[in-house]
Ligand binder design. Sequence first.
Ligand code: FAD
Length: 455
Amino acid sequence: MAKADCQKHTIIIIGAGPTGLTLAKVLLDNHMSIIMIDANHEGIGGGVRDSIFWDKDKLKLGILKKHAELLNHPRFRYFGGIEVGEDRDVTIEDLQQVAPVILTCGSRGHKQLPIDGADAEGVWDANVLVRILNTRWLLGRTKGPAAEEALERPYVGKKIAMVGMGNVVADTIKHIATLDNREGCGREISVLVRRTPFASKIAPAEMKWILGYIDKSKLETEIKRILPYLIETDLDIPEQKELKADWEKDNASYQHNLEIILKALKIKIDMFNEMPDSLNESQTRVDFKFATQIKKVDQADDKIKGIEITQKLVGDKSSESRLDCDTIIMSVGSSVDEQLGLDHDNGYFVSDGKNDFLLKGENNIFMAGWARQPSVGLAGVATKEGKKAGETLAPLFEAIEDETKSLGSLTETEKMVSDLIVGVAYPDWFNLATARHRLQQEIQGNQVMSFVTVD
Ligand SMILES: Cc1cc2nc3c(=O)[nH]c(=O)nc-3n(C[C@H](O)[C@H](O)[C@H](O)COP(=O)(O)OP(=O)(O)OC[C@H]3O[C@@H](n4cnc5c(N)ncnc54)[C@H](O)[C@@H]3O)c2cc1C
């Protein structure tokens, strides 16, 4: 057999996101065989498919197309719609008896803030909400408005408290604006930011997109409220000097203060000047509360009634208040999935001291991408990580002794995995051929689609 075709070790990769797909390619290039398992019923892509905003077709398809060839590789097998974990379709413990396992399953556990009521009904993890809404909009586009309507809409009330200040906050605002647009109503969103405007991680393009929903007068009132705090508190940021110098001149320099803060928020002053003074009640309206910590979710009759907050003031003073809301959306990052049944610490899997990709205390469970570093980096970072992990792990797998089961032929290993999931109603409608066919449909149609079936 020619070297390029010869089967070496078979590796199980859990997760078909950009990390797993890139890693698979590197290992295939190193003559290994891959069995990929993914929980998603729609197809490969992971966060590229289900988390990145639904209509960013160019970005999403651009990444998916790069991996299309993988689905035709003779040493690649795929099990879609299979969830790995305890009390799920198959456990890691069982899989690791068959072959080395690499976790590239992202960080799909919920990071919960330690406050009363954080687990109440009506408190959303932004990442989960975004995934559900992405499917909804894609389904509407693929199969029409009736199909979209038939898919149950996640409950999002009319007055929302959103916690965080990164790109996922901006994405969630975009989704809610889409929801409002479809329903012809206007929701009110208060973005609660623990730190100052200088800690904002919203990218300029995302800010530009949501600018039309920001209530200008409320933003300016909040900037005036926070200004003394920004000047008097030691923030260890260069902009503070500028703010202070202006402040000491006199009020005439407020305009410059405003510009500095807007710049931190990625809002150019001319864009700000062009914003309408007030927004229409029937559209999405966004305001910000900085240096604001959430303390407790108020509930009555199993419904969210509000959220108790503390706002920092000058010195070590603070003020306590309550914000009326019926929905809370937390965008505070993510953690690894506890239900995988592996040791974790503070939302992370712990790595072996010598090899970042190996799980501590294990010899055949590895991790990469968001599974290794929850919520870190965009898809490009995940791709780089997949490549690095592949290059690091390939020599290690190569060195595995012959007598281990991982050296079984691909067909044999595939059969062992199939046997493990027999009886869990493996959806045979979702195999490699289906994944390939769906991706081809998307590439030909030049758009990402949803294939969810609704009654
Ligand atoms: C809301 C949001 C918006 C984003 N927007 C952008 C953007 O605009 N541009 C950009 O470049 N990046 C964006 N990102 C970041 C990007 O999605 C991530 O960088 C990337 O997806 C991480 O790749 P990954 O392969 O490590 O994990 P993921 O992409 O999360 O892939 C994990 C895969 O594992 C599967 N899986 C999870 N658990 C299991 C299990 N138990 N069993 C089997 N399979 C499982 C999942 O179905 C998924 O397919 C966004 C992320 C989020 C959350």
